[in-house]
Design a protein around this ligand. Structure first.
Ligand code: 13P
Length: 273
């Protein structure tokens, strides 16, 4: 279904959009990016109408007819269900990003773990990640389904294509639904890679020169992105505050090494008194 409808110049029918939202709902459910009735997906149908997943439904079990059409203020125009309780977050993204036509929100467990720890995925650890998304910041917490949530995301939306939402999940968006979904996959994949480097106790970051080359190569890969890059983002081997270990990173010590460090600190303290 996606194969035909992503051909250049193919103008999708509303029915195709509906089927694609259901397909992405199944994918995020099958991949464990959502549990129960979590997550929501939407598409900008045209300059006046949004097609959204319904609230309180498994996004892996939606039928095309379950989807809801609203206007850009969130007023229901068509559908027998109620729209997503987080539609306001989607509407904010459509409002702030005219280039965006699809939004995907899910709770993939590793990336959501980083969001719950307040840790951005902002290190230049993997070339594909720099190419695809640059940096993924953490938006401050806002109660789901309230204006607080949109307010927390608002300052970041113009600058990034994927956001961690503190103590909640992830939202990604793009020119079409496949792009928004791929960005969700990329965020979770990169979170897993980052977690493995933390378990191994070692992170070797790319240099600023490597990052510059990757950014220059973005056009070759056809991956234009709004994601911000700058001196601090992504963190490189030069901009990291220590040897490849940024704030929040872990060090591994043996018991003997830890005891020796404590004894030395106690000795130094006694000597100063
Ligand atoms: P909806 O079913 O209302 O879209 O909400 C799901 C969700 O993920 C809340 O965080």
């Amino acid at each position: 279904m996606f194969a035909d409808s992503i051909l250049p110049g193919h103008l999708k029918t509303e029915e195709e959009h509906r089927r694609e939202v259901c397909a992405v709902g199944r994918w995020i459910h099958q991949r464990g990016f959502v549990a129960s009735t979590d997550g929501n997906i939407s598409i900008r149908l045209d300059s006046r109408r949004i097609l959204t997943s319904p609230t309180a439904t498994s996004k892996g079990m939606m039928a095309p007819n379950d989807l809801v059409i609203t206007d850009l203020q969130g007023r229901k125009l068509a559908g027998h269900r109620n729209p997503s309780s987080e539609l306001a977050m989607h509407l904010l993204i459509y409002q702030r990003r005219p280039d965006v036509n699809a939004v995907c929100h899910a709770h993939p467990p590793v990336a959501t773990g980083y969001a719950a720890a307040g840790l951005p995925l902002n290190k230049a650890l993997a070339s594909e990640m720099v190419l695809a998304l640059g940096c993924i910041p953490v938006a401050r917490y806002g109660t789901p389904g309230t204006p607080e949530l949109s307010e927390a995301l608002e300052p970041l939306v113009p600058h990034y294509d994927a956001l961690l939402m503190a103590n909640h999940g992830v939202v990604t968006y793009g020119a079409d639904l496949l792009t928004a979904f791929f960005r969700m996959e990329t965020v979770e994949h990169f979170a897993q890679v980052t977690l493995v480097t933390e378990l191994l106790g070692k992170q070797v970051l790319l240099s600023s020169g490597d990052v510059e080359k990757l950014l220059a190569a973005r056009a070759r890969y056809g991956s234009p992105t709004a994601s911000q890059v700058g001196p601090e983002c992504p963190v490189t081997s030069e901009t990291s505050d220590s040897d490849g270990a940024g704030p929040g990173s872990c060090v591994t010590l043996t018991r003997e090494e830890l005891e020796a460090l404590i004894e030395e600190a106690v000795r130094n303290d006694r000597a100063r008194r």
